[in-house]
Design a protein around this ligand. Structure first.
Ligand code: SAM
Length: 335
């Protein structure tokens, strides 16, 4: 097998980026219908037999871990909606070479999952929370989940020693009034909060995000001048700042206005088994096809390495002529 870009310290792509992080989508289904993510009545979901089985996923994880992918983020859709996800996560944490498994969730199923997640070794959870007010929360998520229950389980998670990060997408005419209350809540609880720029993907194309510069100004008006946060936090592209008097940072993930692709460390595996090198571009390999054609481990490893070699230098969301696949949707790829 040709493995020039693989050494004992892991994988490096053609642009010298160290690739050690994978986002694994367990399902394209979700129990929320966030206005900017999924249509109200759902969509055409991928048939169950087209979704990778947990055995197939674990095989791919063993192989990726064997060549230096050390960090695994479980996502979806809503991963906790898939039956068997907790048992899968537990097995994943035990694979040799897997150093960290974390989860991103909307929190709705955390009350019944938290102790199993802790027992499986999960120490860090990202929770997507776009509002604290019950009215705004239900307007955005179009769910009848009680926000109070989510806040309660986050308190429990904190007591159990879990690291919680909050992800918020600021959307014009939806949650502008929520941004300061969310920041106050996050700072009071020592949960780093990250404001994520709305991307023109799927349903997101129909909404206007609140520019992050504007959000930053709002934070400075509220808390005082934000200083860059010096410590390293997480594995992702957030830029963190510290409000005076607080030890918890506020972060910004500006996928569009602040292209951070040159430091990108990640690849993705969609729930239907597409090994994807970039959220934006459809450059990747159909791993399900290989797995179901009884490919050997060597063949699969070779495909993974060749795919990483094709990872594009940057997304092109900002370019006027888009080559974004029109069916690209966050819940389906794994946001
Ligand atoms: N259900 C899980 C959760 O809520 O974290 C994981 C999947 S969800 C698609 C992951 C994240 O993608 C959420 O934080 C959501 O707000 C974000 N998201 C969805 N559509 C987006 C878009 N068009 N632009 C930016 N973020 C988006």
């Amino acid at each position: 097998m040709k493995q020039e870009n693989f050494s004992s310290s892991g994988l490096t792509d053609l642009y010298g980026r160290h690739i050690h992080y994978i986002r694994l989508s367990l399902t394209d289904r979700c129990n929320f219908r966030c206005v900017y993510c999924m249509p109200r009545h759902g969509t055409t979901f991928i048939p169950h037999e087209q979704i990778l089985s947990f055995e197939e996923l674990l095989r791919l994880c063993r192989l990726t871990a064997s060549i230096g992918i050390t960090h695994y983020k479980i996502t979806g859709g809503e991963a906790l909606c898939r039956q068997g996800s907790l048992a899968f996560i537990e097995k994943l944490t035990k694979i040799a070479g897997v150093e960290q498994v974390t989860l991103t969730t909307n929190g709705a199923l955390l009350p019944q999952s938290l102790s199993s997640l802790a027992a499986a070794g999960i120490r860090s959870i990202n929770v997507s929370l776009d509002a604290l007010s019950p009215q705004v929360f239900s307007r955005i998520t179009r769910s009848n989940v009680a926000i109070e229950d989510i806040l309660l389980v986050l308190e429990q998670a904190k007591k159990m020693g879990m690291q919680i990060k909050i992800n918020t997408v600021p959307i014009q005419n939806y949650n502008h009034t929520e941004l300061v209350p969310l920041a106050r809540y996050a700072l009071a609880n020592d949960f780093p909060l990250r404001y994520i720029e709305l991307m023109p993907i799927g349903e997101g194309k129909q909404f206007l995000g609140i520019p992050l510069e504007q959000v930053k100004k709002l934070m400075e008006q509220t808390f005082g001048k934000l200083e860059p946060y010096r410590a390293r936090l997480g594995n992702g592209p957030a830029r963190y700042f510290q409000p005076p008097g607080y030890s918890t940072p506020i972060g910004y993930i500006a996928a569009l206005s602040d292209t951070f692709c040159k430091n990108c460390n990640r690849v993705r595996l969609t729930s239907w088994g597409f090994f994807k090198t970039c959220l934006h571009h459809d450059i990747g390999t159909d791993m399900k096809g290989l797995l179901r054609k009884s490919a050997s481990d060597v063949e699969i490893l070779s495909a993974i390495i060749q795919t990483i070699n094709k990872k594009p230098f940057a997304h092109t969301f900002n370019q006027p002529v888009q080559e974004v696949p029109s069916d690209l949707a966050m819940h389906s790829v794994g946001g």
